[in-house]
Design a protein around this ligand. Structure first.
Ligand SMILES: [Zn+2]
Length: 462
């Protein structure tokens, strides 16, 4: 039994959202009591006290869209790489990496990303894995690393036709097998979705095949209109806009994640809103790929459940939230837009998504909720209370303020030191392995546009 106290307490529980000297009692994997530090210390004298030292105690953060595998590319520069558009980024960098990833690389990258997540106060991730160098069993590798570090993870494999029929079918099978595994071994820490890359590298028949294989057991996790490529290919090949195509193929729904939706029309947003699908905004990734800025204002006005992710551009959800605020203000020309909306995305909608998979109470601190709790080393110089704490969190903190991370009552990190894994040993192993991976990527050719779309055109031509 732990008592975490002596700090500002943010709960995201409307009945008691904020306390100045709050404390949380943890028993097993759940929160048992919440209240004043002095009162709870007297009531539970045998609990092991964890001192927040005047910092901020709050629920663990949730990342609604990330790619653990892409950590393998940090610091790597493709020789002679000067992308002219988003397709170049995919063909010359992302797809070159995922084609070379073997099982060991997948596990190593997942460890690197999971460790960084915990050190940035993230306790739940929705990961979207691609690794066509080793498809079968790869999700168990991602899940194994996330589990060893102690994260809650919802995993999937991005099915794509870009490498042809056999790889596409292998990806479908990997999703199906992993979903079956998660069904047979129910766990509060590990969940499955059915992964899809994006409409422009999938065909109508492959989308329908995935929907049939999934048979409503879980939601889909797919990129949609990150660039203009989805609308171009969907319209010219299938005669439908991406959201309509996905609706007609049975992909949309209340447990589905659509990442990005930067180039989505207003009528498509109506379709998405009607379906109840979640949309995930990844502001830094979008700006980095020069694909634009999603229309969050219209999405929210239509009641779309807009969430926040990182695309693994950063492990830091607070950095991503701050980028959302500034990008949206720049886009709308409205300096009053963004702050409350970022709080809604990160603290409310990401929680709703996590509840769909990990159960009620996640993302809050209240009796009975899962014990996913972080302490931020943040002592405000200006007043902080119930009315303005979101501004302090979103504008004053970064993930690196996190000094303590707990998930399901297990302490994962304390004093910036990971307790579940040997970070230094893993870093050495990952470094050596990644150097060999980079050599393979550099030696391999960039993917050509023709193979990427050959399969699709073959199907279209019959
Ligand atoms: Zn992504």
């Amino acid at each position: 039994m732990y008592l975490i106290g002596n700090g500002y307490l943010i709960t995201h529980d409307p009945s008691l959202p904020f306390m100045k000297n709050g404390a949380v009692l943890i028993e097993g994997d759940a929160v048992r009591d919440v209240g004043d530090t002095g009162k709870l210390s007297k009531a539970y004298p045998k609990a092991q006290f964890i001192d927040a030292e005047g910092g901020v105690i709050m629920p663990g953060l949730i990342n609604a869209h990330t790619h653990f595998y892409s950590a393998a590319l940090r610091g790597y520069s493709v020789p002679g790489f000067h992308p002219g558009c988003f397709a170049d980024v995919l063909l010359m960098r992302s797809w070159r990496l995922d084609r070379e990833l073997d099982f060991r690389d997948t596990v190593n990258a997942a460890y690197a990303s999971a460790m960084e997540a915990v050190k940035n106060g993230v306790t739940t991730v929705f990961d979207h894995h691609a690794g066509y160098g080793s498809v079968s069993g790869s999700l168990m590798g991602v899940a194994g690393a996330a589990g060893a570090v102690g994260l809650r993870a919802c995993c999937c494999f991005e099915t794509s036709c870009r490498l042809g029929y056999s790889d596409e079918k292998a990806a479908e099978e990997e999703n199906e097998n992993f979903i079956a595994f998660c069904e047979k071994q129910p766990s509060g820490m590990l969940k499955a979705m059915f992964g899809l890359h994006a409409p422009f590298t999938l065909t109508e028949s492959s989308l329908k095949s995935c929907a049939a294989r999934n048979a409503g057991r879980t939601g889909f996790h797919i990129h949609v209109s990150e660039s203009g490529d989805d609308a171009f290919v969907s319209t010219h090949t299938f005669g439908q806009l991406p959201a309509e195509l996905l609706k007609n193929c049975g992909i949309l729904g209340g447990r589905t994640i659509l990442a990005h939706c930067v180039h989505t029309t207003e009528s498509e947003l109506d379709t998405i809103a009607e379906s109840g699908s979640f949309v995930v905004n990844n502001p830094q990734s979008n700006m980095s790929n020069a694909v634009g800025c999603a229309d969050a204002k219209t999405m929210l006005s239509k009641g779309i459940k807009l969430c926040l992710g990182t695309d693994n551009f950063t492990p830091d959800m607070l950095e991503s939230a701050r980028a959302f605020i500034t990008a949206q203000r720049d886009k709308t020309g409205d300096p009053s837009f963004g702050l409350n909306e970022a709080a809604k995305l990160l603290f409310e909608n990401n929680r709703l998504l996590a509840e769909e998979y990990f159960g009620k109470g996640i993302g809050t601190i209240k009796p009975g909720a899962p014990a996913d709790i972080i302490i931020m080393d943040y002592k405000p110089y200006t007043p902080m209370d119930e009315s303005n704490y979101p501004a302090h969190v979103l504008m004053g903190m970064s993930g690196r303020n996190c000094v303590f991370t707990m998930a399901a009552g297990r302490i994962l990190m304390r004093g910036r030191k990971l307790l579940t894994v040997d970070e230094a040993a893993l870093a050495e192993r990952i470094g050596k392995s990644t150097a060999a991976l980079w050599e393979r990527i550099s030696a391999g050719e960039a993917m050509k546009i023709v193979p990427a779309f050959m399969y699709m055109m073959e199907e279209k031509m019959g």
